[in-house]
Write a protein that binds this ligand. Sequence first.
Ligand code: HEM
Length: 420
Amino acid sequence: MTRTDADQPTAGAEAKDVQGIDASRDGWSFNMMLDPRFASDPRPFYADLRDGCPVRDDLDVPGHKPTVLVSRFQDVEQTLRNPQQFSSRFGEGMGGLGNDRPLIPLQIDPPDHKKYRVLLDPFFAPRKMALLEPDVAVLVNQMIDGFADRGECDFTAEFAVPLPCTVFLRLMGLPLEDLDFFLRIKDGIIRGNREPDLLRQAEARASAGRQCYEYFERHLDELEREKRPGLLGDLLDAEVDGIRLTRDEILDICYLMIIAGLDTVTDSLCCFWSHLASHPAHRQRIVEEPEVIPAVVEELLRWESPVSGVARMATEDTDLSGCPVRKGDNLLVFVGAANTDPEGIPDADKVDFDRATNKHYAFGGGIHRCLGSHLARMELRVALREWHRRIPEYTLEEGCELVWTPMLRACERLPLVFSS
Ligand code: HEM
């Protein structure tokens, strides 16, 4: 079923119940994001969204911009593959991230987007990432050393959060002592310090954003005086068509790395380990057959979709499968819903490590497809391999209730108990 203007869940219209949510009063997107059930298991919401989607959430609420919720495989594909029609220069009304300028390359449209990817892609190429693998394996083992003998850990705090951040600092050539600072500003920018109030969240983002710019300014000044190895120094020397990046451009790239490269891997680790802790057969397959790990990474990325969706803005009036889209509308593109759409993926509701092909949108699609996918895959593969070599048996702590964050799907605590 495709919804049109006439049957949108607007204020005062007849309610469409999404998992018991009164969409007529508060709108699908607002309500869904706030529902803790969406955060813990978005799949039933995705199914409801696909049933009635695309849907235009056109609420008469101050500060709310009409938002089109895109969830079917073919609509997600169409949106991501048409950057001219569906721009990435969103922001207003989608929750600013404390940044002064568009993030590079995420919020840059064609044709400029290409020049940044041409410059950045080689730094994140598979063979470059493979060089980091031995170092990441050592790091993973050091982290496991910290809790293996205890027989338990809080996976989030002791593994999923520090691992990608440490890898990132090493990649950039930044001091490892800055780990706590990075974790603080990342949480400030992405989650508004978890402040309950929206205004306070915006203040937290602005303050974290300022600190982020100041931090990188300071390090770039130092690097200009004295070169050190690492990506940050490499960016100072990088050129496209003989032209170097400006200071602002480098800052805008670094700002995005903090948002795109740290939390996403943490989210994926939380999603993977919570799944594996409650699916012993899947765990056992990894232990007995480690060569299946690359397929596990792809399948759990598809199934869990740690990044639920991405944002776009319509540049012209158009429609998606019959749903009107107006110039200036925001679009929330649920890659997680596409990844579990039976119309796009065979046996979409089954976790299957033996798929012949696995075309998923967990890393997005089209020109903005994730720059760090090879780094992320390598971190996830190494973590799965080393962990299951040393800790093959583990479960969730008895009675624990996991609390998940929506859209970027991490759990606040993931208490695991190991058994021999
Ligand atoms: C499993 C972990 C990760 C997931 C699930 C993920 C997911 C995504 C998604 C869905 C997009 C598309 C955004 C859009 O279309 O609006 C994206 C873009 C991006 N990601 Fe990742 N990401 C991950 C890890 C990383 C890492 C480790 C880095 C870098 C260190 C990174 C850097 C980026 C950048 C720079 C972009 C923007 C690319 C562009 O606009 O051309 N990501 N990522």
